[in-house]
Ligand binder design. Structure first.
Ligand code: ADP
Ligand code: TRP
Length: 326
């Protein structure tokens, strides 16, 4: 069975972009791939500075994973920081990753452009991500389109290591990006992102969810006039509705006398219905911390068994003595 691996940073509350761009794939792939899905908590230190936020977000993501359908019987679910071997491999990779390659990372450049004072963690982010992936010999990495470049960098770093040490040691992983959901738009029409304040959060309390949906930006076409059927609301609605329903909404927009407020209500109802079961399941799981903790411990154990072996081999390849004298 091929191996699939992916992670999400606990840098905020998960949203429709994270679900459709990433988690939905993790869930549908569960029967056909050996899955490894983790919470990238080390990565989130590049943006989070409050320990309580990190703890809170991490607990939330695990509950999100489980209630959205990740099944611990089928996939290995764990916290990145429970497998410190990722960081050990990261250091080896730092020594083959060219600075010029890391300097070209869009996510890094975007943060610089926004006036962020970068630390080494942010700069080296793609090298840690490469370690996350290469340490498990992952075949595929399901992600949203924004991660494509990071995956290319992972392949570059893996190839460089193999070449430098004349080994065929790291497997070059393929990204898995679903076209339909490659970029889920946010309430302002830009990419939905935790860092842009434009998210719709599937597990927000109903009142807050409604506010998020109602805040979708639209133009000021009067109620009675026809409207562009390709607006933000319709794009989000398409994630939930079948083709007939999508066409119905488009026709109503074209016909006029159908306001953006009406469409938002339809979207809100579609979201509540789609995530209804998951919302219930999440409430139950939130009461059962012991069960969740056990899943994480078991996940970490399984992940560590693989990761520590790979790191040991990597250390020997680069000439660290490792076990030789023991
Ligand atoms: P964010 O931009 O909100 O911080 P992350 O960088 O943590 O999101 O992304 C976690 C996963 O969700 C990644 O696989 C990413 O590609 C995917 N993802 C995030 N936002 C979107 C979006 N708007 N559309 C599609 N996929 C997304
Ligand atoms: N960089 C990814 C993101 O922001 C999170 C991540 C960290 C990841 N390590 C990974 C994704 C390994 C896939 C595989 O979304």
């Amino acid at each position: 069975m091929k191996r699939s691996l992916s992670g999400i940073q606990p840098s905020g509350i998960l949203h429709l972009g994270n679900y459709f761009g990433a988690i939905d794939q993790f869930v549908t792939m569960q029967d056909d791939y050996e899955g490894f899905y983790f919470v990238a908590d080390y990565h989130s230190l590049t943006s989070l500075t409050k320990p309580e936020d990190l703890r809170e977000n991490t607990k939330n993501i695990i509950l999100d994973y489980l209630s959205l359908g990740l099944n611990p019987e089928k996939s290995t679910l764990f916290l990145q920081s429970d497998v410190p071997e990722h960081v050990e491999l990261y250091w080896l990779l730092c020594n083959v990753a060219p600075v010029g390659l890391l300097e070209r990372a869009h996510s890094y450049k975007d943060k610089l452009a926004k006036g962020f004072t970068p630390n080494m963690g942010l700069f080296n982010y793609p090298a840690l991500m490469a370690a996350d992936i290469l340490i498990y010999d992952a075949d595929v990495v399901p992600v949203g389109k924004d991660q494509k470049q990071h995956l290319e960098m992972t392949r570059d770093i893996a190839a460089k290591f193999n070449q430098q040490y004349e080994v065929d040691f790291f497997k070059l992983p393929d990204p898995l990006i679903m076209d339909k959901v490659a970029v889920v738009p946010g309430t302002d029409g830009q990419k939905m992102s935790k860092s842009y304040g434009n998210t719709i959060q599937m597990f927000a309390p109903k009142k807050q969810l409604k506010q998020q949906v109602m805040s979708i930006v639209t133009d000021s076409t009067p109620l009675e006039e026809p409207k562009n059927p390709d607006n933000n609301i319709a794009k989000l609605y398409a994630l939930f509705a079948n083709i007939e329903k999508q066409n119905e909404m488009k026709e109503k927009f074209l016909a006029g006398n159908y306001g953006y407020g009406h469409a938002k209500t339809e979207l809100l109802n579609a979201i509540l219905e789609y995530f209804g079961n998951a919302r219930e399941k999440r409430e139950e799981l939130a009461q059962n911390t012991k069960y969740v903790e056990e899943i994480l411990q078991e996940g970490a154990r399984k992940a560590r068994a693989i990761a520590s072996k790979k790191v040991q081999e990597a250390k020997e390849i680069v000439g660290l003595l490792g076990n030789i004298y023991r």
